[in-house]
Design a protein around this ligand. Structure first.
Ligand SMILES: [Cu+2]
Ligand SMILES: [Zn+2]
Length: 167
């Protein structure tokens, strides 16, 4: 409860920190799966926080990336294109020597297929003019398998089981 109150204050005028929200996007199931859930984004000042809640995954590790096209229409999610990579880097682990701007990493689904991933960064923005940072118009893709942080340019993460258009 304390945390909720605090975050409301930080978003408000009292601390004059600007706050942008992009909330409650639904995850579209892909590749014949039943993947469900939501993705929420909040920007406070220069920091963007993603809260991803996923259900009905296979238990275990699943890669999560931002992909470059805001289009989930294909049944296999291929319409979302490749990893969002405005700086033309190699694929890798977030925060390492080289990585794509969309290389969020992996999430772990429990035995019920439920997973939550909270991710914080000052490298993104919500709807700003800097296209090397703006996540609007992209997609979140959840994969069938694990990102090995090594294989180019995909991390060998397998098929696409969930897709979120960030509009
Ligand atoms: Cu991906
Ligand atoms: Zn990548």
């Amino acid at each position: 409860m304390k945390i909720t109150t605090l975050s409301m204050l930080v978003c408000g005028a009292i601390f004059t920190v600007s706050c942008t929200t992009a909330k409650n996007y639904k995850i579209n199931s892909k590749s014949g799966t039943n993947t469900q859930g939501t993705a929420d984004f909040v920007q406070k000042g220069k920091n963007v926080k993603m809260d991803l809640n996923v259900y009905k995954l296979t238990p275990g590790i699943h890669a999560v990336h931002i992909h470059e096209k805001g289009d989930c229409s294909a049944t296999d999610g291929s319409s979302a294109g490749g990893h969002w990579n405005p700086s033309k880097n190699d694929h890798g682990k977030w925060g390492s020597e080289h990585f794509h701007m969309g290389d969020i990493g992996n999430l772990v689904a429990d035995k019920n297929g439920t997973a939550r991933l909270i991710f914080d960064t000052d490298k993104w923005c919500i709807g700003c003019k800097d296209e090397s940072k703006n996540i609007i118009g992209k997609t979140i893709i959840i994969h069938a398998g694990q990102d090995d942080f090594h294989t180019q340019p995909t991390g060998n993460a397998g098929g696409r089981v969930g897709c979120v258009e960030i509009k």
